[in-house]
Ligand binder design. Structure first.
Ligand code: ATP
Ligand code: MG
Length: 593
């Protein structure tokens, strides 16, 4: 089925978007223009993300504005003004400084979404130490592995996680680790395991950010591990240019916005857009400590009067699965812009937004490696459901074909599949994979960064995601992208989620196989299987349609919500599961057929 393009209605555009004439802004864009809108450290001492995010506002008109509202699991809330965030993060920077932790030293954070985490992130950046956030649900192994690769010198965590994750046991194997700071220990445990509250109480709320070279390392972010072993991507302070610019154009932040990014800071979305970008714009940021819960989420959108909401396809699919009618049950009248990232956003989900939220969902594309949004659907632009949109101003994106000898050809014809590539040089581009320079070097060909994703362009310059290069299926001479098949299955009323892989076949190379999770009220049956097979053939044609369908209660996903097709495949073929450190454990899928 062809999806109709979506244009916003005048009511949906009541607030004038920041980006109205895309072509003109794209053509005239310079990074210089963004530099002029950033403050820069006083006395031209460089650029520091935390200064742009908090200190510049704390010393200006936004001093007493609500910067961060934290919603606790148990119903409590804590508010921080820009002045509060500035003072608290300065205390944390002083704590690090006093412990002898300085520029370039790695500070790891392992905590749920608690206020201390946000303060530690900003304080670490102020001290020009390097922040490496870990997902709090990680078990001991992935924690140790990342602390080791990242040469973690400080670990900020909670008493519970310190014990449960057996940090003391792994410590002898981590020679770089000097201190553990416990966010909730009333007093120091020993010389190396310290009480953060005690250290904070003794620290001054004044801290002068040292001169920061824009190329100083700021963040170490591990990728999601969807296709293999997670890689540690290095980001520098200059990345803030992209945080700022993309929040303006792709998320359309306006000064009075209340912004909610549902991503955990364990992933890059949760730092670039869950901390840096919104604070740089001086808006109010909502942080929810709790995990996904449809009613809670709608109540947050309503009660906090969220205006801009940045979430992920996995969350949207979960909301879709429940078939609630949010506008009948909640007052979402403040919500004006919804965006999504992390996985392909099925056209069905974009249209669900229009139907049930009266707002389309704006898909955008980027990666840990790119540090910020690269391709997006903008508020003023026609949305083509299933498309990722167009490159941000300042970002040159192309579809390229790999040729012999390390060369590439830029594909200019529409509807020709190729590698999604970016022209290096945007400020938030990763500077390397830590301790893996070779792998970094292999990402570049002929002056392009090759993303590892496949896509195509339409005749108007919209980018359409096809699949990860690693997930492509070769069947009877066709290359099939799982996204296309999954999206078609998702259009069936019984289907909540689908993950599609290729199963080796001696005759046709690979057979397309789909794993399907059903919506509540539907039960796996032979009849439904046949119906879905037929549905696939009608929608996709027999060359592309799945030949095999299995039902599963839940699909294996990364903790950031991405379907792990490589794991579906390994399990199907009885092969080793590989690195599953990022596998979401709470939803351990159980096979029901
Ligand atoms: P790993 O690199 O370790 O396998 P990962 O690629 O999932 O993990 P991330 O950097 O978190 O790690 O995710 C980026 C990837 O997510 C992109 O390369 C792309 O495959 C997918 N992705 C993100 N946004 C979109 C989108 N809007 N549409 C389609 N795919 C997307
Ligand atoms: Mg990747």
């Amino acid at each position: 089925m062809e999806w109709e393009p979506i244009r916003k209605t005048p009511e949906q555009m009541a607030v004038q978007p920041n980006l109205i004439n895309y072509d003109r802004v794209y053509a005239g864009f310079t990074w210089q223009s963004i530099e002029e809108r950033l403050a820069g450290l006083p006395q031209s001492q460089g650029i520091n993300i935390a200064y742009e995010a908090v200190d510049r506002h704390a010393s200006g008109e936004k001093r007493n504005k609500l910067a961060l509202r934290w919603l606790g699991k148990e119903g409590t809330a804590r508010d921080f003004t820009y002045a509060d965030l500035s003072a608290e993060s300065s205390r944390f920077a002083n704590v690090l400084h006093k412990l002898g932790i300085g520029k370039g030293d790695r500070v790891f954070v392992l905590a749920g979404r608690i206020p201390e985490l946000y303060i530690a992130v900003l304080g670490t950046l102020k001290n020009i130490s390097v922040l490496c956030p870990l997902f709090s649900a990680f078990g001991p192994e992935p924690i140790e592995q990342r602390l080791k690769i990242g040469d973690g010198k400080v670990l900020v965590t909670t008493e519970r996680l310190f014990k449960q994750r057996k940090i003391a046991e792994m410590w002898p194997r981590l020679p770089a680790l000097e201190f553990v700071l416990l966010t909730d220990a009333p007093s120091h445990v020993n010389e190396d395991v310290l009480s953060l509250p005690q250290l904070m109480a003794e620290a001054s709320p004044d801290f002068t950010i040292p001169p920061t070279d824009p190329e100083d390392m700021a963040l170490l972010h591990f990728t999601s591990g969807t296709t293999g072993r997670p890689k540690g991507a290095i980001h520098v302070h200059r990345a803030v240019y992209v945080h700022y610019m993309t929040a303006q154009y792709a998320l359309d932040l306006h000064p009075d916005d209340v912004f909610w990014c549902t991503a955990d800071p364990g992933w890059v979305t949760g730092t670039s857009y869950g901390i840096s970008a919104p604070l740089c714009h001086g808006v109010t940021l909502i942080v929810d400590e709790a995990e996904f819960d449809a009613d809670r989420w709608y109540r947050i959108l309503e009660g906090q009067q969220v205006t801009v909401w940045y979430t992920a396809p996995t969350a949207i699919r979960r909301l879709m699965r429940l078939e609630l009618e949010p506008l009948k049950q909640y007052d979402l009248s403040h919500l004006r812009f919804v965006a999504s990232v992390g996985e392909p956003l099925n056209p069905e989900a974009v249209v669900w937004g229009v139907r049930l939220l009266k707002l389309p969902i704006h898909d955008n594309w980027w990666q840990t490696e790119t540090g910020g949004i690269m391709i997006a659907n903008y508020p003023a632009m026609e949305i083509r459901p299933g498309s990722m949109g167009k490159p941000l101003p300042g970002i040159e994106a192309a579809i390229v074909e790999k040729l012999e000898g390390g060369h590439v050809r830029v594909v200019t014809e529409p509807y020709v599949e190729g590698h999604l590539a970016l022209r290096p040089g945007w400020p938030s581009m990763f500077r390397s994979y830590l301790h893996d320079e070779d792998r970094y070097a292999r990402c570049f060909m002929d002056g392009w960064y090759i993303s590892g994703d496949l896509a195509e362009l339409d005749e108007d310059g919209y980018f359409w995601f096809i699949g990860r290069a690693d997930d492509m299926i070769k069947t009877a001479g066709h290359m099939v992208g799982p996204f296309e098949v999954e999206s078609a299955l998702l259009e069936h009323p019984a289907v909540a989620e689908a993950g599609v892989i290729g199963v080796p076949d001696p005759m046709i190379g690979e057979v397309v196989k789909a794993f399907v999770a059903l919506k509540p009220g539907y039960k796996p049956s032979e009849e439904l299987r046949l119906e879905l097979l037929g549905w696939g053939r009608t929608k996709l044609g027999s060359a592309v349609a799945p030949k095999l369908i299995d039902f599963q209660a839940n699909l294996p996903k990364t903790r950031s919500g991405k379907i792990m097709r490589r794991l579906l495949k390994a399990r199907e073929l009885g092969l080793p599961e590989g690195d599953i450190s990022t596998l979401e454990k709470s939803q351990e899928e159980e096979k029901v057929s």
